[in-house]
Design a binder for this molecule. Structure first.
Ligand code: 5RP
Length: 227
């Protein structure tokens, strides 16, 4: 059974004709985008805003019409994956390196839907290293500042080269201290001048789609408490 496909395709239930849809990045939302492409071929009229070059390519391949973020009045729904999801639907994102655009689109969307297989569910965020996107300029200074916050930053590499985001920046994958006040950490990260954005998505998820392995992998849809 393909768990990512099950949760990814379930998100389609929330898409209606005429919507502007934020398209996340990764192997789970891949199935949402692929299915959306099929529906578009069958007459669904939507416009997509991709969160990465990878997603832009996929959306073009499956035939989803794209629109520039600056041209739309609003984003109705954004759908994306996650690297970790806690019981309050707080997330760590950015494993694929697209956290900056993902966060902007999630923030702008009227409804932010997260799709993830049960392996992503944790009681506490932080086993997955927190991605922090930083400006290449002054990277050693930024590294020092991250260490001062108690983090253990590791500059992301791909095949021996520094990983570069779609925005031309670098990523530090940061081990968190065992006891961490996430709100406070987010605030402190945002105070470091060289930090562009971090992968903490706190209080942003409106709808979470996952599976319950104890119940034959039935789909579980959770809503933000005040929705
Ligand atoms: C990319 C992300 C992805 O949503 C996250 O890494 C989950 O990916 P996948 O669905 O492949 O497990 O944040 O920046």
């Amino acid at each position: 059974m393909n768990e990512k496909k099950l949760v990814g395709e379930k998100a389609i239930d929330y898409i209606k004709d005429g919507m502007v849809v934020g398209l996340g990045t990764g192997s789970t939302v891949f199935y949402t985008i692929y299915k959306l492409g099929e529906l578009v071929q069958n007459g669904l009229s939507i416009k997509g805003i991709p969160t990465s070059k990878q997603t832009e390519k996929l959306a073009n391949e499956v035939g989803i019409p794209l629109v520039s973020f600056n041209e739309v009045e609003q984003i109705d729904v954004a759908i994306d994956g996650a690297d970790e999801v806690d019981p309050d639907l707080n997330l760590i994102k950015g494993g694929g390196g697209a956290l900056l655009r993902e966060k902007i689109i999630a923030n702008a969307a009227n409804t932010f839907i997260v799709v993830a297989d049960p392996d992503k569910n944790v009681t506490k965020l932080g086993a997955f290293p927190l991605p922090v996107e930083v400006l290449p300029f002054g990277i050693e200074f930024t590294n020092k500042k991250l260490i001062e916050l108690g983090l253990k930053p590791h500059l992301r590499q791909v095949q021996g080269n520094q990983f570069q985001t779609d925005n031309g920046n670098y990523i530090f994958d940061c081990r968190l201290p065992v006891i961490t006040n996430l709100k406070e950490l987010e605030r402190e990260l945002n105070l470091i001048p060289g930090v562009i954005e971090n992968g903490l998505f706190l209080g942003m998820t409106d709808i979470y789609i996952t599976l319950d392995r104890d119940k034959d992998n039935s789909i579980v849809v959770r809503h933000r408490k005040n929705v």
